[in-house]
Design a protein around this ligand. Structure first.
Ligand code: GBH
Length: 449
């Protein structure tokens, strides 16, 4: 148990927990297929050979899950809407059954006094949209905005806070550049149009949400400090380039209305009118969501890259990942570096100044299997203190969401990594709150007291 109580966060600070549709919902036969259904069907793509066909059976058990959020004392619940559950082929015919599910979920949350915070896209592109080119095709951005309008028309009377995309950086890198995630493309730098079209889809969706009267709109981007492997110029240069791809490729267009130079050059060959698109992409936002897990150490390319934190990058890239040592690691092998969150938030504030909207940490958490998960308590305690330090130094942060409420389908890791405050026994679907759940509940009660 953490020794001293957490520092006090401002009144009105939004405390929440996060999940995503594909990772918890199950009921795959009640929606259209997504790229993840196709990807998990191929042997070798998911470590334990599992799929998310049932996952946490959340579509049937959502009432129990909302009760867990309520009893935790959280003020908000971030979930994602499955595009193929609402539009089985991505556009055209709406599934009333699918929309009804989110309608009931939102009602249940409101009745429990929990603010619903939907994310419109957490990586589960409808298969039909993928077959028409997926995020490599410009038309997907338009289909996405139409889908956003459908969801907003149904839920907009009760939802105040919307997020468009989850981590377009990871979806580009893992899904389109190196093929570790669905849709499994290995395009390296030719994946950049997928980044641009996600951003364009975001901008068009913001317009659709505004037209539907949405009061608060944001995005959830993955961020982490990039640490150069050494002071040698070649390591610094490699780290700077990686930093651009992970952190600034997505944030600069959103917040400054331009791409970093290195990226603009690579993209201009693929995009007819970059300047016009950037105007759409840079639509003002009310919240800037930050998903933080860890810093990354990066150096010059090496002949034989070794996997770091379970991630192996192909050899032809102009940088290589290096092991961060000297910190505790999670079950996943990721280093636990709370001060990286302070550093990151200060960097965002410095880079964007007043153009940075109020920040919400939309994901932070760790993989830890034990029911008495003291390591997760230490992780959350450390990161909340680090967050508070950034706030004390002037970063405007309005909320913090733990990833995740429940153990769930952890993408290419299958069910092997467990991020839940609540343990899920997949054989029985029994939910058991871990020690961290009880710890967080009393920390939140203290904040209110
Ligand atoms: C999030 O992605 C996702 O939004 C969520 O769905 C997922 O379940 C959760 O995190 C846990 O994984 O660069 O070698 O140091 C997080 C993206 C990608 C962040 C890998 C940490 C570490 C690998 N993560 N990265 S490395």
């Amino acid at each position: 148990m953490a020794a001293s109580p957490l520092p006090r966060f401002p009144r009105g600070f939004l405390w929440g927990v996060s999940t995503s549709a594909h990772q918890i919902e199950g009921a795959a036969d009640e929606r259209g297929p997504s790229v993840w259904d196709a990807f998990t069907a191929l042997p070798g793509n998911v470590k334990d050979g599992t799929t998310a066909a049932v996952a946490c059976d959340h579509v049937r058990r959502y009432r129990e899950d909302v009760a867990l959020v309520r009893d935790l004392g959280a003020g908000a619940y971030r979930f994602s809407v499955s595009w193929p559950r609402v539009l089985p082929t991505g556009s055209g015919a709406v599934s009333e059954r699918g929309l009804d599910f989110y309608d009931r979920l939102v009602d249940e949350l409101c009745a429990a006094g929990v603010r619903p915070v939907p994310t419109l896209f957490h990586w589960d592109t409808p298969l039909a949209v993928e077959e028409a080119g997926g995020w490599l095709a410009r038309a997907t951005a338009e289909r996405f905005a139409e889908y956003a309008a459908v969801v907003a028309a149904r839920l907009g009377d009760r939802v105040t806070t919307w997020l468009t995309l989850n981590e377009p950086a990871e979806h580009t890198l893992l899904g389109h550049a190196i093929g570790r995630h669905a849709p499994g493309r290995q395009l390296l730098f030719d994946a950049l149009p997928a980044a641009h079209h996600q951003l364009l889809g975001h901008g068009l969706a913001v317009a659709a949400l505004r037209a539907a009267g949405a009061p608060e709109v944001g995005i959830a981007n993955s961020h982490g400090p990039t640490w150069p492997a050494s002071d040698a110029p070649e390591d610094r240069e490699a780290a700077g380039f990686y930093d651009t791809l992970l952190n600034w490729l997505f944030a600069d267009p959103l917040l400054l209305g331009r791409y970093p130079d290195a990226v603009a050059e690579l993209l201009s060959a693929h995009v007819p009118d970059l300047a016009a698109d950037l105007k759409v992409i840079a639509a003002p936002l009310d919240r800037y969501g930050v998903n933080y897990y860890q810093p990354t150490k990066v150096g010059a390319p090496v002949a034989h890259p070794t996997p770091v934190s379970g991630l192996a990058l192909p050899p032809r890239l102009p940088f290589s990942l290096r092991e961060i040592t000297g910190y505790p690691v999670t079950d996943f092998g990721w280093p636990v570096v709370p001060e990286g969150l302070t550093e990151l938030l200060l960097t965002l504030r410095e880079r964007y100044g007043d153009r940075l909207p109020p920040v919400v940490v939309t994901e932070n958490g760790c993989s830890c299997e034990e029911l008495d998960d003291q390591d997760r308590i230490a992780f959350l305690d450390g990161h909340l203190r680090a967050l508070h330090r950034a706030m004390a130094r002037g970063v405007d942060v309005r909320g913090y969401f733990v990833w995740s409420l429940l153990d769930n389908f952890e993408w290419a890791e299958g069910y092997g990594q467990r991020f839940g405050l609540v343990h899920v026994d997949y054989a029985t679907q029994h939910r058991t709150p871990r020690s961290s759940y009880h710890w967080l509940r009393s920390a939140l009660a203290n904040q209110r007291g």
